[in-house]
Design a protein around this ligand. Structure first.
Ligand SMILES: [Zn+2]
Length: 103
């Protein structure tokens, strides 16, 4: 795809991040003039991430021995049947980590 702004550069896909929200996204960037364009697909993916972020809850981290503990809000603990002593799995991801409580 040629740049619709300068018509000289070629639009290249790059990864970028909105640091204050910790949200990563893809965008097309022109190295010649610096123009940045999002396709509808890229825009929809970014909108989906922000919709998920709006549903997100604040959590607090605390020191627990040499580890860090995460305080889970009580409504989330109830919804996912999380009780003290129960186990879960933690997986690392590009933007953070995910915890899946085991049943
Ligand atoms: Zn350009």
């Amino acid at each position: 795809m040629n740049c619709p702004n300068c018509r000289k550069g070629v639009m290249e896909q790059k990864d970028d991040m909105i640091k204050q929200d910790g949200v990563s996204f893809e965008i097309f960037h022109c190295k010649a003039c610096g123009e940045e364009i999002m396709t509808m697909k890229q825009l929809k993916e970014l909108a989906t991430k922000y919709r998920e972020l709006r549903k997100a809850k604040d959590v607090t981290f605390a020191k627990w021995g040499n580890s860090i503990a995460m305080r889970i809000p009580s409504d989330i603990a109830e919804e996912y049947d999380i009780i003290p002593g129960k186990h879960g799995t933690l997986t690392k991801g590009k933007e953070g980590f995910k915890v899946i409580p085991l049943s």
